[in-house]
Design a binder for this molecule. Structure first.
Ligand SMILES: Nc1ncnc2c1ncn2[C@@H]1O[C@H](COP(=O)(O)OP(=O)(O)OP(=O)(O)O)[C@@H](O)[C@H]1O
Ligand SMILES: [Mg+2]
Length: 524
């Protein structure tokens, strides 16, 4: 790994930028550029500074009320959209994938890397060659006309016969929502299948009313029962084959694994968000494989969406999680999604059960499973590079941080949309503004999956940016000394290794991605 090089303006980076550049220079942006050019030319050269540009042009650029016009290729079609909605384990994704599989070309967009992997594996097994593309990997299959991708990698500049967007209710997510909105508005497919929670129906109906697409809603019922238990799990010695214990911190995951394994009856696989994706896949496969000794899973909500694992019973060790700001109760959709992993149709366990480790948590579990998810009101958006570029032309003295912050403050939105939380992007912007970089390089760093709340990851990114700005070249061996990475023997060493992996992931995005500008920060 240490031999990776990143060159400024390398072919790949340039390709990734121009690829997206082309995609976004649609008539909508072209018109705005022309407007902006005329306005700048009409200004006195010395007055072209922050705050002095024409207010009406600024309003024009920050107008995000019609995001559907950003995607001319999709707008040229009248797409046939099928919205598959229903509870978990009701066959929504299965039906959508059947259509994808029988189409001449297509793309599957999912919220989790594990889901994209599951779909690619399934299509390839059915002799439909399918590429797997996520923020960190690109597994290309000869002759493939199908792709399974994490939604951030959805390609809006290619014409497809069929597309699937899974877990479409995520368009309301406060951080990743904009990628789902982009895929919904932008994918140019004759037939588009959306799968998800019924709570998304009214919002999608309203959005697609404006795009002029043809929409059909199909409702589903659960295929096999999910039984909420009346009693909690009394002790870890009652854990049995096929159980999945859910908890949210790495420390608790390993503590539970150790305690269960100490009983001497089971071996546990672990799955959680900051575990590198290949490791997550391997752990999930070991658990799913009936012949392996790993018959119990200890996992966070990284297993919480759409996945088909051989789980018989979900056991919530806690009903609270830290959401980056505070400890809070799990929401109704989160509880239903996680519980819905038990007893998947066609798995080794035709009946699913769900319970908690504490009896005090049972009322919340039962009421959540009985409640509908709250209706979604708005879909997420994020200003594109092109909009920010135009805005920065009006404010040439401003750094990227200021440009983004001001843009978001001044953005005009229709009532169906909101701008997603930009805190992480702004944290990276504050770092990149310290270095002499072009706006598009800064933007690229800002949307990379660097975790600025993690000390090692944020230090790695800073060093990365510094080397890049100085030499236009980054040698990873200058950031990490080769040979110093060891198999971790303590929890802290494991955490550090996961953080280092995040820095390598940023490097990979710069080196291997074609659609870099469309990447979102997290690739779960
Ligand atoms: N008609 C069917 N024939 C055979 N297997 C099916 C059928 N429908 C669904 N399945 C299987 O049932 C399981 C659950 O289906 P699927 O993943 O489509 O559910 P879902 O409604 O998308 O659930 P979630 O909301 O959790 O994503 C999968 O393993 C799928 O392959
Ligand atoms: Mg599904």
């Amino acid at each position: 790994m240490a031999s990776f090089l990143l060159r400024r303006n390398s072919n790949l980076l340039a390709r990734s930028l121009t690829g997206n550049y082309k995609e976004q220079f649609c008539p909508y942006f072209q018109a705005k550029f022309e407007c902006l050019g005329a306005a700048l030319n009409s200004l006195h050269p010395y007055s072209r500074s922050y705050g002095s540009a024409s207010g009406s042009i600024r309003n024009e650029i920050t107008d995000m009320t019609c995001p559907h016009t950003w995607y001319p290729l999709a707008r040229r079609k009248r797409r046939r959209v099928f919205l598959h909605v229903g509870p978990t384990n009701s066959g929504k994704t299965y039906q959508a994938l059947k259509q994808l599989q029988s189409s001449a070309s297509g793309i599957y967009c999912g919220p989790l890397r594990l889901l994209a992997w599951e779909v690619a594996k399934r299509l390839n097994k059915a002799n439909v060659p399918c590429d797997l593309i996520t923020g960190q990997e690109r597994d290309e299959v000869e002759g493939a006309h199908h792709k399974a991708v994490t939604v951030e990698m959805a390609d809006v500049s290619t014409d497809y016969k069929c597309a699937v967007i899974d877990e479409i209710q995520m368009l309301g997510c406060n951080t990743r929502g904009y990628s789902f909105t982009r895929a919904l508005l932008g994918i140019a497919a004759d037939e588009l299948h959306l799968c998800g929670d019924p709570a998304a129906v009214p919002l999608i109906q309203e959005i697609l009313d404006i795009t002029g697409d043809e929409l059909e809603v199909q409702y589903y019922e659960r295929l096999s029962p999910l039984v909420p238990m009346k009693v909690p799990l009394r002790s870890l010695s009652d854990v049995r084959n096929g159980d999945c214990i859910v908890t949210f911190s790495r420390r608790d995951i390993y503590k539970l694994k150790k305690r269960i394994e100490r009983e001497g009856k089971h071996l546990c696989s672990v799955v959680y968000g900051s575990l590198p994706p290949e490791t997550r896949t391997r752990q999930a496969s070991m658990f799913n494989d009936a012949s392996s000794e790993f018959d119990v899973l200890v996992a966070s909500d990284a297993i919480g969406m759409g996945l088909n694992l051989n789980i018989s019973r979900i056991i919530f060790s806690t009903m609270q999680k830290f959401d980056g700001f505070q400890m809070r109760d799990l929401t109704v959709p989160e509880i239903k999604q996680i519980a819905g992993r038990a007893g998947r149709y066609g798995s080794n366990f035709p009946l699913g059960e769900v319970t908690c480790m504490s009896g005090d948590d049972l009322p919340l579990l039962h009421s959540a499973l009985d409640s509908p998810s709250p209706i979604l009101e708005r879909a997420g958006l994020l200003p594109s590079y092109e909009l920010l570029y135009m805005y920065s032309r009006l404010h040439p003295q401003a750094g990227f941080y200021q440009v983004l912050e001001h843009f978001v403050d001044n953005a005009k939105l229709s009532e169906k949309y909101f701008i997603v939380n930009c805190d992480q992007v702004l944290k990276v912007a504050a770092v990149v503004d310290e270095f002499p970089l072009e706006l598009r390089d800064k933007y690229l760093f800002c949307i990379s999956p660097a975790d600025m709340d993690d000390e090692i990851s944020s230090q790695g990114l800073t060093q990365f940016v510094e080397n890049y700005a100085k030499k236009g070249l980054v040698r990873l061996r200058e950031i990490f000394t080769p040979g110093t990475l060891k198999v971790p023997t303590t929890p802290q060493a494991l955490k550090d290794l996961e953080s280092i992996h995040k820095v390598f992931s940023v490097a990979l995005i710069f080196i291997s991605s074609d659609t870099t500008l469309s990447l979102l920060r997290c690739d779960l």
